[in-house]
Design a protein around this ligand. Structure first.
Ligand code: SAH
Length: 356
């Protein structure tokens, strides 16, 4: 049996080809994209500028899957966490951060994550599976509807569950769908991809036509320390990452963000701050400090505000731009590194799929 193509998994060009194959005009793809992404209409019968015949063919020859909203929780600070259920029953989390002036959707790229960073709860899940492009873009559709924000301007950060560059092809396809002029028409500059720095994928990203902002999760200035916190560092070290960052093509005025989770007594000393500043000298960069969001099962503590301030001050004194990330939604476990969905057993095959 040939499975019907899923409309939400198709880039516009692929949809044009699929329509042409079935004897329809290619330009209908743009109309369908506008319904799906701009207006949030997933019922083909409601796509009223399409002919009756085309609507009937779409209904019978294509599928359309949208993650369903399983649970929604709001923090005292306005941050909202969404538990979304996928077609196979797996669940993921997406977060809305209503920080004014910009509103941000924090989106997942995998169910779980293979990177196993020692301070991150998602890392404790291991990788369950990659998300498809439709499931990644689908989170934006669901959040935009749930928050009544269709047509509103917002940012997207790929900082939810998963390592986006470990699911490279589907992530890039999702970005092409989200930025398509006939669809959401997200400007690429409003999208930020955060990565531990998988080197070969980073080199590929440097050549992509749709170029999101880049954030690199550094967390330590030396290989010795970073290797303990971010296991993949044993494969792609600090020196490699900095060299790749220096080569990364950046638009005028744009810079790479280096994220640095501050862990009390581990990587928050004045010496670490000086080393970090030295390491980033000559890189078009800004530093985003993230005081640890502590959780049961995470063997680290959040530094005092004074320690965070001192670290930030030292980095700034060396001429770098530095910001401290406000922790949002901690009361509902929606903050960085706190996204975890329990009870998702991995099959043997899925465990094999973890390529580290
Ligand atoms: N895998 C990607 C994106 C997801 S995490 C990456 O590693 O960049 C987004 C950010 O939250 C990363 O910088 C990550 O290191 C950070 N983070 C993870 N756990 C955290 C925690 N417990 N407290 C604060 N930040 C955390």
């Amino acid at each position: 049996m040939v499975t019907r193509p899923d409309l939400t998994e198709l880039e516009r060009q692929a949809l044009e080809a699929a329509l042409a194959e079935r004897g329809h005009q290619r330009f209908h793809a743009g109309q369908i994209f506008r319904w799906l992404y701009r207006r949030g209409v997933t019922d083909v019968e409601a796509m009223t500028d399409l002919s009756r015949a085309l609507r009937a063919d779409l209904a019978s020859q294509f599928r359309m899957s949208t993650p369903t909203l399983a649970h929604r929780e709001k923090s005292v600070d306005g941050t909202e966490k969404f538990l979304l259920r996928l077609a196979d029953g797996r669940t993921i989390e997406s977060v809305f951060i209503p920080d004014t002036p910009s509103m941000t959707f924090c989106i997942s790229t995998q169910v779980g994550c293979a990177m196993a960073c020692s301070f991150c709860l998602t890392g404790k899940m291991g990788l369950v599976r990659n998300l498809t492009a439709g499931e990644i873009a689908g989170q934006v559709r669901v959040l935009a509807d749930a928050l009544q924000m269709r047509g509103a301007a917002f940012n997207i950060v790929l900082m939810g569950m998963g390592e986006p560059l470990h699911n490279y092809d589907e992530t890039m396809k999702a970005l092409r769908i989200l930025t398509d002029a006939q669809g959401f028409a997200m400007p690429a500059r409003r999208i930020t991809l955060s990565t531990v720095g998988l080197l070969p994928a980073l080199e590929r990203l440097a050549k992509e036509p749709v170029m999101p902002n880049l954030a690199i999760s550094l967390h330590a200035p030396t290989d010795l320390l970073r290797g303990e916190l971010v296991p993949i560092n044993r494969k792609y070290g600090v020196g490699d990452i900095i060299a790749a960052a220096k080569r990364f093509p950046l638009k005028k005025r744009s810079r790479i963000t280096f994220e640095y989770v501050l862990l009390a007594g581990v990587n928050d000393s004045p010496q670490d701050a000086r080393r970090l500043a030295k390491l980033l000298a000559g890189v078009k960069s800004k530093v985003n400090l993230i005081p640890l969001n502590a959780a049961a099962g995470i063997p680290f503590e959040r530094p005092s505000d004074a320690a965070v301030d001192q670290f930030a001050r030292i980095v700034a004194e060396h001429g770098l731009t530095v910001s401290v990330r406000k922790s949002r939604g901690r009361d509902i476990r929606a903050a960085c590194g706190q996204l975890i969905v329990e009870g998702q057993k991995k099959s043997a095959g899925q465990q094999l799929a973890v390529i580290m």
